[in-house]
Design a protein around this ligand. Sequence first.
Ligand code: FES
Length: 114
Amino acid sequence: METAGNRRLTDHVRSNWRKAVLVCRKCSKKLDGGFGPEGNERLAKALRKHLALKKGRKAAAGIVEVNCLGVCPKGAVTVVNGAQAREWLLVRRGADLDELAETLDLLQDRIAVS
Ligand code: FES
């Protein structure tokens, strides 16, 4: 039987993420694609593919779609770099993914997986 004395407040799950990037899912839906070589992919997926990141916790970085962040820009996607959460990015349709990865300090993660 569990008593109050041996109940832990948290458990831990390991991940390989060096950092986390939050991408607004609703902005991405409104753009209906807009990124990747064909211009028909959502930003989070295009960026993960561009960096050849593994899936889920095994990736070197987490690029995660989240609910509306309350900025709601026209023609762009709101992105939060977890390591620099005080300045959010508004990423325009068709933005250069190398430049974005550099801005988000994700290029190191691509090198780590290649
Ligand atoms: S729809 Fe993306 S921030 Fe609101």
